[in-house]
Design a protein around this ligand. Structure first.
Ligand SMILES: *Cc1c(COP(=O)(O)O)cnc(C)c1O
Length: 420
């Protein structure tokens, strides 16, 4: 190995964030912490979550319905206590963000408002190989408006022999499709390859042809620094249970750019929680949306899952995305360097994630050969939790909040012993 286990441990001692690991529960394997490299799928449980949930259960037990108005975080306003921190994660102003629902639901709500096909402008441009839920969402949106997905959805695929997209190709397709595009909807980070897209350039290109532009940040939020406001995207959605450690089915976040915040004419599917707060409880006819992203809310806050999310947001707030990103880059580069060294010594691991730091987050996707499934099983049998994505990719994400250089070292060492 290019670095010894001792060297990896030394890196952990020098890492200013290494203590954060102690704030999480690790699933156990043979009496030891697993090597958990699956934070891109479900982040680990922060130890503070239980107390936060207990607090809300106590509140409910003690106050019943009055809990909506009592205590330091009354349920009536619960979502608001998350807004500022969530906005920091995605680089947005407070009025541009709301935490609500779950991810695919929010994607549909955003498409209702921002995919408004008309005449010859009806297409959606997206990356080929997007997460299935996004594919289904786009397909059903297109059909809902009476179009044929085969014609109305334009997927941009990598060039033959390549695994990832080139920004110039994305821009080229947007320019070529031009006036026919109603909406450009891209992932921030592709779930399969781990490619981080150039969202600033994609937004600019989409707007230049008169389309709306939105992003699904499921694999980007809490993973890489984001600047949604400055990039000027029209909308974005993300989940909180991957890099943000907020628990299974955790709440989603939603961004609507402030240029849309004062436009009550924008079509939307409405619910009472999006109605003007001052008159919400007059229970009258006639929907008056709240200003900003909050005006897209349907329902009252999912307090229990939001309480877990709040614990995680507090941690992100304390550490800061900048410090997390710096460690993330070092960890990911460390794994890559170890693997490349193995390849020089005759192994053959094919990382399809882009090589440049600016083009990726924490995840590395390793394309496997016929022995792939066996390798995955070997890793699992030796206490590694990572994931397998059909048809033949092993995804690993070293998460800066809780993974160590030692974790990274053990993982690559197991790759080595498997194929020796
Ligand atoms: C994880 C993920 C989802 C999951 O959607 P849910 O509605 O939270 O179940 C959707 N889209 C992308 C791109 C994802 O990575």
């Amino acid at each position: 190995m290019l670095y010894s286990l001792d060297q990896a441990r030394q890196m952990d001692r020098e890492d200013a964030l290494s203590h954060l690991r102690n704030e999480f529960y690790f699933p156990q394997h043979d009496g030891r912490d697993t090597i958990y490299l699956c934070g891109n799928s479900l982040g680990l449980q922060p130890k503070g979550v239980k107390a936060a949930l207990d607090h809300e259960l106590e509140h409910w037990k003690t106050h019943g319905v009055e809990g909506h108005f009592r205590g330091d975080m009354p349920w009536m306003y619960y979502h608001k206590f998350l807004t500022k921190q969530a906005a920091n994660i995605v680089g947005a102003r407070e009025s541009e963000v709301v935490v609500m629902n779950t991810l695919t639901v929010n994607l549909h709500l955003m498409m209702v408002s921002f995919y408004r096909p008309k005449g010859d402008r009806y297409k959606i441009v997206m990356e080929a190989g997007a997460f299935p839920s996004d594919q289904y969402a786009m397909e059903s949106q297109v059909r809902f408006h009476g179009y044929d997905p085969a014609d109305a959805i334009v997927e941009i695929a990598p060039r033959p022999g390549e695994d990832c997209l080139r920004t110039e190709d994305i821009v080229e397709v947007i320019n070529r499709e031009g006036d026919s595009i109603a909406c450009v909807m891209f992932a921030g980070v592709n779930y399969y390859t781990g490619q981080l897209f150039d969202m600033a350039t994609i937004t600019k290109a989409g707007h230049a042809v008169g389309a709306t532009v939105g992003f699904d940040l499921a694999h980007a939020a809490g993973n890489v620094p984001l600047h949604l406001h400055d990039w000027g995207a029209d909308f974005a959605v993300w989940c909180s249970y991957k890099y943000m450690n907020s628990g299974p089915g955790g709440p989603s976040g939603c961004f609507v750019h402030e240029r849309h915040e004062n436009n009550p004419e924008l079509p939307r599917f409405a619910g009472w929680w999006g109605h003007d707060e001052g008159s919400r409880f007059l229970m009258e006819k006639g929907f008056i949306p709240m200003k900003g992203a909050a005006g897209w809310q349907l329902s009252n806050a999912q307090v229990l899952s939001m309480a877990a999310h709040k614990v995680s947001l507090d941690m992100f707030d304390k550490v800061g995305m900048q410090a997390l990103r710096e460690k993330s880059i070092r960890l990911t580069n460390f794994i890559e360097a170890l693997i490349e060294d193995l390849n020089q010594k005759g192994h053959n691991f094919n990382i399809i994630t882009p090589k440049e730091t600016k083009d990726r987050g924490a995840q590395l996707s390793i394309l496997t050969g016929p022995e792939g499934k066996q390798m995955f099983d070997y890793l699992a049998a030796n206490g590694v939790i990572c994931d397998w994505r059909e048809p033949n990719v092993i995804r690993v994400a070293a998460v800066p909040m809780y993974n160590s250089f030692e974790d990274a070292w053990h993982f690559v060492n197991l790759l080595r012993t498997f194929s020796n």
